[in-house]
Design a protein around this ligand. Structure first.
Ligand code: SF4
Ligand code: SF4
Length: 445
């Protein structure tokens, strides 16, 4: 493949694509502009090329060979959060998420960057995300770095600033890694309590499993309380969502195949996911593997079986007894739950059933908090603007806790509250608060 060219070959005829990834959906755009008012980057910058309509124009022009990947086009495309708020409001059904993922893959191919950047991406996307054991070792290393006081020393002495490239930014955002016991996965099988509703297979995830193992265990407990037998399939790893959002298409495809293999063996009625980006991505496996003769049918079947944890729990009223949770909270909709999976009422329905819990609606609850995968690392300035906007809305509610459903949002909002001297406001996963209502002390254990 020639990576030295700066423009896609002209595609005078045939379906529009960028290096084999279809962007035919650009033709569905009727340029009505309804999406503009819902786009966070357009709202902040006010420029057409930082709006969905502007980016669709760029992607179409690239695919038709009428425009090249200049610094400016790369900038406009890279600033997109892939939050998919534009998809939710688009009356023409433009599949914007697929378009921007194809565009980001094109940027990665055309501009792989310095050898250092390529090595860093390979270490993260290829090595760590692709190998759960190595990710576990890296988590242990990060835990030692934090718990031994080394992190404090490195920050205090300014040594951190000597790290190359974007490493200082990554270091600054390194979340507290819990001790190994706290990172434990749920048991391989959690039996259903009461009348059995179904057998479900739980995705434990990559980053989720090392930072928020407690959320996975809480998810298994809450599902079991509601009549689900929960199995944790062996051999599962990263679903590939971070790779796909970061433009690493080939590895995303390989991870999708591996995930399907692992979960099919569990013979479950549904696949349950408690991280929004993973759920939205796995629901799109059918599209991702549509041209793969060995996997296309299996991928479509698998995708149809994926359920967000709120989605599956809200199918029936929560089974009691539920203890009171005397708290005022507000709910932040993760983009890939509300826009990627169109799940909005279900989490609210579940929260409304918890006795003693008061839920206050959040202004712009479905606007991105700036986390967006690794966006807060690659585009820190815009991410910070959106985070301040989110935190100011949270503070206006007077809530004691923010409930959400995605590890990236939790870390981002926690960091934002800390920066506003409001770290006392707790940020919780939906399953933590449900688990607490079922008797777990202070949320997940
Ligand atoms: S995905 Fe989000 S940031 Fe990107 S164009 Fe759509 S609304 Fe704007
Ligand atoms: S709302 Fe849909 S059709 Fe209208 S400009 Fe935006 S993407 Fe195009």
């Amino acid at each position: 493949m020639d990576t030295t060219t700066h423009a896609s070959p002209p595609a005078a005829t045939g379906p529009l694509s960028l290096h084999g990834l279809s962007v035919e959906g650009v033709n569905q755009c009727v340029h009505c502009g309804l999406c503009l008012a819902y786009c966070p980057t357009f709202s902040e910058l006010g420029t057409e090329m930082d709006s969905p309509r502007g980016r669709i124009f760029i992607i179409k022009s690239l695919a038709e060979g009428r425009m090249s990947l200049s610094d400016s086009t790369v900038r406009h495309l890279s600033l997109c959060l892939d939050c998919r708020a534009c998809e939710t409001v688009c009356p023409a059904g433009v599949p914007y998420g697929r378009l921007i993922e194809a565009a980001k893959a094109e940027i990665e191919r055309d501009r792989p960057g310095t050898p250092g950047r390529r090595l860093f991406r390979w270490l993260n996307f290829g090595l760590l995300l692709g190998h759960p054991r190595l990710l576990g070792l890296a988590a242990s290393g990060a835990r030692f770095y934090q718990a031994s006081g080394l992190q404090r020393l490195v920050r205090k002495t300014g040594l951190v600033r000597l790290l190359p490239g974007t490493l200082p930014a990554w270091e600054a955002l390194l979340p507290p890694v819990p001790a190994k016991a706290e990172r434990a996965a749920p048991p391989p099988l959690t039996p259903a309590e009461g009348p059995r509703r179904a057998r479900v297979a739980l995705l434990t995830g990559c980053v989720q499993s090392v930072i928020f193992g407690a959320h996975n265990r809480a998810t298994a407990r809450v599902l079991a309380k509601n009549g689900f037998e929960v199995v944790v399939p062996e051999g599962q790893g990263c679903c590939g969502a971070l790779n796909a959002h970061g433009g690493d298409h080939e590895r995303a495809v390989a991870m999708a195949r591996q995930t399907i293999d692992a979960f099919e063996a569990a013979r479950a009625d549904a696949v349950v996911v408690n991280t929004s980006g993973c759920g939205a991505h796995m629901k799109a496996y059918g599209h991702l593997l549509a041209d793969d003769r060995g996997y296309a049918e299996r991928a479509a079947r698998f995708a149809a079986s994926v359920r967000d944890v709120a989605e599956i729990l809200a199918q029936e009223p929560l089974r009691g007894p539920l203890s009171p949770v005397p708290l005022t909270c507000t709910y932040h909709d993760p983009c890939h739950v509300v826009h990627g999976q169109k799940i909005k009422s279900e989490p609210r329905k579940l929260l409304a059933q918890i006795p003693g819990l008061r839920v206050v609606e959040l202004t712009e609850s479905d606007w991105c908090c700036g986390s967006a995968g690794i966006y807060n690392l690659t585009e820190p300035e815009m991410a910070t603007r959106l985070l301040h906007r989110k935190v100011s809305h949270v503070l206006a509610t007077g809530a004691e806790a923010v409930v959400t459903a995605n590890p990236g949002c939790i870390l981002q909002i926690q960091a934002g509250l800390g920066a506003h001297q409001a770290a006392a406001i707790r940020v919780m996963h939906l399953v933590e608060i449900l688990d607490r209502a079922y008797g777990a002390a202070g949320g997940g254990r």
